[in-house]
Design a protein around this ligand. Structure first.
Ligand code: DOR
Ligand code: ZN
Length: 356
């Protein structure tokens, strides 16, 4: 990575070059929504781990292959972008299905949603022991388990669900499968950052740009902001500080995963709004801002372009992108099929710009 200076605030017009990043946690949906959002990530990233929480969920290699074809058709013919497919783990996922997934060459991970934890997670896992033959096979084959790390017990406060998941669930999985690669997805707490740091090298974590840039005040102070509602929910400032420390530490266990999760505007601005922020349109710009604010631009490339590839055992991308310090105003919305999606920071400023 080349940077002209690493002063905390780079002068307007400064440029940064980075190895092309990858998004290790992305929702692109299907149909017209997919066509609308896929180009944003394909413009920025070499690869992305594609989340399987469609309706119906991507529970077999066959469905993953069909979804892969649909994504390829949503890309420009000359695009070099590579979608890395995932399977949605259920109580019934078999070891044979895991073998099949690896043999396909298309599936790079398996996603664990505790049933009821988030969008389209109803078919998720209710009894992890039933998944043990699949996890055993994943451990043997080196196929990573991606974890939505929140308990779903209605008695547990929503702000404590990640911490409780570590204690009630994750520790047991890691104990029983010590050589299973596990990505603790979109971590939001100091507890999770500490846990990952202190765990073996088989355990990594993604961190979103929005959890690096915002705390729960951004969702709740001065009126409720439905576009800032996501899961795991934004936490208090001390947790955000811990996430920034982890992301900018240079520790290779932490890497970029946007969790960009588009929903049509009406699904967010309603009495029971969906969780998710649409950030893919400016993912790398938002991470750059977070790293610049932390005076840690020298670690941006490791976090966005190197650590994730290393964790997954893949080569880093061979080309580079250029970012310029240049302010621009985010549109109020982007087209989303017959509807629109409201991006993060709609109508507000983003301070960096990816140069085409
Ligand atoms: O905010 C979120 N949105 N968190 C998730 O875990 C799922 C995602 C979605 O699919 O909308
Ligand atoms: Zn997600």
């Amino acid at each position: 990575m080349s940077i002209a200076s690493n002063k905390s605030s780079m002068p307007s017009g400064s440029e940064i070059q980075l190895i092309r990043p990858d998004d290790w946690h992305l929702h692109v949906r299907a149909g017209a929504g997919l066509k609308a959002v896929m180009p944003f990530t394909a413009r920025q990233c070499g690869r992305a781990i594609i989340m399987p929480n469609l309706t119906p969920p991507v529970i077999t290699t066959e469905l993953a292959s069909t979804y892969y074809q649909e994504i390829m058709q949503a890309l420009e013919p000359q695009s070099a972008f590579q979608p890395l497919m995932t399977l949605y783990l259920t109580n019934n996922t078999t070891a044979e299905e895991i073998q099949h997934a690896v043999d396909s060459g298309l599936v790079y991970a398996v996603k664990l949603y505790p049933a009821g934890a988030t969008t389209n997670s109803d078919a998720g896992v209710t009894d992890i022991k039933q998944c043990y033959p699949a996890l055993e096979k994943m451990q043997t084959l080196g196929l990573p388990l991606l974890v939505h790390g929140e308990v779903t017990d209605p008695a547990i406060d929503i702000f404590d669900r990640e911490k409780q998941f570590i204690e009630q669930r994750l520790t047991g999985i890691i104990h029983d499968f010590p050589e299973l690669k596990v990505v603790f997805e979109h971590i939001t707490t100091r507890d999770a950052a500490d846990f990952v740091r202190e765990s073996s090298d088989y355990i990594g974590a993604t961190i979103t740009a929005h959890h690096l840039l915002m705390n729960r005040n951004d969702m709740l102070v001065g009126g409720i902001k439905p576009h800032h509602y996501c899961l795991p929910v934004l936490k208090r400032e001390t947790h955000r500080q811990a996430l920034i420390a982890a992301a900018t530490s240079g520790n290779s266990k932490f890497f970029m995963g946007t969790d960009s999760a588009p929903h049509a505007r009406g699904k967010k601005e309603t009495t029971c709004g969906c969780a998710g922020m649409f950030t893919a349109f400016a993912a790398i710009e938002l991470y750059t801002e977070a790293f610049e604010n932390a005076d840690a631009l020298e670690h941006l490339e490791n976090f966005c372009s190197i650590h994730g590839a290393e964790f997954y055992g893949l080569p880093v991308n061979s080309d580079q992108i250029t970012l310029r310090k240049e302010s621009w105003t985010v549109p109020q919305s982007y087209p989303y099929g017959d509807d629109v999606v409201v991006p993060l920071r709609a109508g507000q400023t983003i301070y960096w710009k990816l140069i085409p």
